[in-house]
Design a protein around this ligand. Structure first.
Ligand code: AMP
Length: 584
C-alpha cells in the first residue's frame, strides 16, 4: 500500500478552504481577532457559549435555518430551526431558574442523543450554570462517583435510566435535588419531575445574565491512572477555540450539513457535536442510533453530509464490513472527513480515499485541551499516520526532559518525548474540580504536559507514539485502570487485581484484568464469568473488563504497587524494561 503523503491542491477544492496559507495564519495569529469574529452578549455583558451558538444567529436573521436535524432510532426525523432552538433553550433556562439552580451550579445528564439533551446543555449555559454530560453506557458506580464529585444538583435523564442506574443511589447523593425525566408526562415525586411538563409551562423568553468569559461552563470527567475520575473544568471563553477549529480544521461554511458521530457523554460530542457547528451556523445532524455500517453510509448520502467528524474505531468497523460506500451510495456532497480519539492507522487514511472518495484527516486533542490542538488541514498535504500540525495560535513541543521544575524542549526532529502545549489557549481546562494538586502537577514552566508520547518531524507534523501512563483507550474512550481494579476488589473472591489495555485491532485496546484470588477460591470458568458480570453490572459496558486472567503472580514494586507496565509487557511478550524496583 502506498503511504506517501497525500497532496491536496486547494485550486481543485470545491469550496475555498478556510485555511490555505498555514504559515501566514500562524504568523499573523491573535486570539483577539478570533474574538472579534464572535458577537459577545448584547451591551457588552460578556461572552456566553449558548448565545454564540444559538441566539446570535436568530438576531442576525438566520432564525429559520435548520440548526438541528435529529434522526430517531426508528426512522423519524425532526428539524429544529435556530429560532426553535432559541425558544427551547430559553425554556430550559427558565426551568432552572424556577428550580432555583443558579450560576456555577452543576446540571448533569445521563441520556441518549435526544433533542431534550441539546436543549438542556445550551439552556444550562444560558443560565450560567455548569453542564456535565455522562455517557449513558456507564454503570451505577461511575455514575455515582461523578455525580458526587461534581456536586450535581440536577440530573436530566430518562425514566428507564433513572430506575435502572440512579434511583438506588439517591440516598447517598443528598446534594442531588432534582431529577428531570425527559420522557415522563407527569411528575413522579416532589423531586422527580417531568421535563416535558416543565418545558411546556416555562416562558419562551430568557435574558442571558452577564457572563464573564472565565465563568465555568462545562465539566468533563476523564480518567486517571490512580484515584477517582478527574473533573476537567472548562469556561465560556472555550468558544473561541471551538469557533477557530470549526473554521480551520473542520472547514465549516454556513451552508454545510455537518455530522459528528461522538456521543455528548464525551467531550467530542459537546465541543464538536454541539458547540462548534452551531457557532458556525451550520445544520448539525444528530443520529440517535448507534453504529451500524449500512445505516451510517446511507445517512451520509441521504442527508447530504458535507463534513463528517468520526473516530478510528468506527472507521475500522466500516473497513471490516466490506462495504464500498463510494460505489453503493452517492457521496458526492461529502467534502471533508476528520477523525479523532485514537491513532488513525495509515491504512484507514488510504481506505477513505478508495471507499469514501476522500482521505481521512486525523486530528488530536484531549478532554483537558477542550478543543482540537493538532490537525491535518483540508488544503494541506496529509501525512498518513500523522496527527498533523498545531492549530494557528497553539504552540506544541516535544519535551526532551523535565528537571528541577524546568522543561527542556527537543530541538531535533524525529525524537520521542512527551507532547506539551504552551499554556494560555482559551479552551484550556482551568482546573480539576476539588483537586488543585493534581491540576498543578500537569504544568511545568508554562507548559501543559499532555501525558502522550509523540515525535515531531522536520516539517512540523506530529506523530503519536503512545501514552506515557497506564490509561487505557478502548473504542476511543478513556478508562482508568484504578477504577476497574477498585470495582473488582469488591468481589469476595478477589485478593488483588491489575488492569491493563491489551492491544486489539478493532477497538484499539480492550480492558483486561489480571486477578489473584483469595485463599479458598479456585480459578474456574464459572468464576471468571461471574467476575465479568459483576464488573459489568457495577461499571457498565463502556468501562468493564472484557477479559480476565487468573494469576497468583502479580508483579509488584517493593512498596507493594502492582506494576501494570510489567503486566502489559508480559502480555505482549515484550522486554520487561527496568525492573529494579520489582519486589523479590
Ligand atoms: P480524551 O481526553 O478521552 O479525549 O482522550 C485523549 C487522549 O486520546 C489523548 O491524550 C490521546 O492519548 C488519545 N488521542 C486523541 N486523539 C488522538 C489521535 N488523533 N491519535 C492518537 N491518539 C489520540
Amino acid at each position: 500500500m502506498d503511504w506517501s503523503p497525500i497532496k491536496k491542491n486547494p485550486s481543485s477544492w470545491r469550496i475555498q478552504p478556510n485555511l490555505i496559507d498555514y504559515h501566514k495564519a500562524c504568523a499573523d495569529f491573535s486570539w483577539d481577532d478570533v474574538q472579534n469574529e464572535l458577537d459577545g452578549l448584547p451591551d457588552g455583558r460578556g461572552l456566553n457559549i449558548a448565545y454564540e451558538a444559538v441566539d446570535r444567529h436568530v438576531k442576525n436573521g438566520e432564525g429559520e435555518k435548520t440548526a438541528l436535524r435529529w434522526l430517531g432510532k426508528g426512522g423519524q426525523i425532526k428539524n429544529f430551526t435556530y429560532a426553535d432552538l432559541e425558544e427551547q433553550t430559553n425554556r430550559f433556562a427558565n426551568v432552572l431558574r424556577l428550580l432555583k439552580i443558579g450560576k456555577g451550579e452543576r446540571v448533569f445528564s445521563l441520556s441518549g442523543r435526544i433533542p431534550e439533551l441539546y436543549f438542556a446543555i445550551l439552556g444550562t449555559l444560558k443560565n450560567t450554570s455548569v453542564f456535565c454530560p455522562l455517557f449513558s453506557a456507564f454503570g451505577p458506580e461511575p455514575i455515582a462517583q461523578r455525580l458526587e464529585r461534581g456536586d450535581a444538583r440536577v440530573l436530566v435523564t430518562s425514566e428507564r435510566l433513572y430506575r435502572k442506574k440512579v434511583a438506588k443511589l439517591r440516598s447517598s447523593l443528598p446534594q442531588l435535588e432534582y431529577v428531570l425525566l425527559t420522557d415522563s408526562d407527569a411528575d413522579q415525586a416532589d423531586n422527580v419531575l417531568s421535563l416535558p411538563r416543565l418545558l411546556a409551562d416555562a416562558s419562551p423568553t430568557f435574558t442571558i445574565p452577564p457572563t464573564d468569559p472565565e465563568d465555568m461552563a462545562l465539566l468533563h470527567f476523564t480518567s486517571g491512572t490512580t484515584g477517582k475520575p478527574k473533573g476537567a473544568v472548562h469556561v465560556h471563553n472555550a468558544v473561541l477555540t471551538h469557533y477557530l477549529t470549526g473554521k480551520y480544521v473542520l472547514d465549516l461554511h454556513p451552508e454545510d450539513i455537518f455530522w459528528c458521530t461522538a456521543d455528548c457523554g464525551w467531550v467530542t460530542g459537546t465541543s464538536y457535536g454541539i458547540i462548534a457547528p452551531l457557532v458556525h451556523g451550520v445544520t448539525n445532524l444528530v443520529d440517535e442510533a448507534d453504529f451500524e455500517a449500512e445505516r451510517w453510509c446511507r445517512t451520509l448520502a441521504e442527508q447530504q453530509v458535507n463534513v463528517w467528524y468520526t473516530a478510528p474505531t468506527a472507521i475500522r468497523m466500516l473497513m471490516r464490513s466490506g462495504l464500498k460506500p463510494h460505489e453503493k451510495f452517492d457521496l458526492s456532497q461529502l467534502r471533508l472527513v476528520h477523525s479523532v480519539g485514537e491513532p488513525l492507522n495509515p491504512e484507514a487514511v488510504i481506505w477513505g480515499e478508495e471507499a469514501l472518495g476522500l482521505p481521512i484527516h486525523d486530528n488530536w486533542w484531549q478532554t483537558e485541551t477542550g478543543g482540537i490542538m493538532i490537525a491535518n488541514y483540508a488544503a494541506m498535504e496529509i501525512r498518513p499516520g500523522s496527527m498533523g500540525r498545531p492549530l494557528p495560535g497553539i504552540e506544541a513541543a516535544i519535551v526532551h526532559q523535565i528537571a528541577e521544575g524546568k522543561v527542556e524542549l527537543e530541538e531535533q526532529a524525529d525524537c520521542e518525548g512527551e507532547l506539551a502545549l504552551k499554556v494560555g489557549w482559551p479552551s484550556m481546562f482551568r482546573g480539576y474540580l476539588h483537586d488543585d494538586e493534581r491540576y498543578r502537577k500537569c504544568f511545568v514552566d508554562d507548559w501543559y504536559i499532555t501525558g502522550d508520547l509523540a515525535q515531531r518531524d522536520a516539517d512540523g507534523y506530529f506523530w503519536f507514539i503512545g501514552r506515557a501512563d497506564d490509561i487505557i483507550k478502548t473504542s476511543g474512550h478513556m478508562v482508568g485502570p484504578f477504577e476497574v481494579e477498585s470495582a473488582l476488589m469488591e468481589h469476595p473472591a478477589v485478593a488483588e487485581v491489575g488492569v491493563i489495555g491489551k492491544p486489539e485491532p478493532m477497538i484499539g485496546e480492550l480492558v483486561k484484568a489480571f486477578v489473584a484470588l483469595q485463599s479458598g477460591f479456585e480459578p474456574s470458568e464459572p468464576l471468571k464469568l461471574e467476575l465479568l458480570g459483576f464488573a459489568r453490572k457495577k461499571l457498565g459496558s463502556a468501562v468493564a473488563p472484557k477479559e480476565i486472567e487468573f494469576t497468583d503472580n502479580l508483579p509488584k514494586t517493593r512498596s507493594g504497587k502492582i506494576m501494570r507496565r510489567l503486566l502489559k509487557a508480559r502480555e505482549l511478550g515484550l522486554p520487561e524494561g527496568d525492573t529494579s524496583t520489582l519486589e523479590d
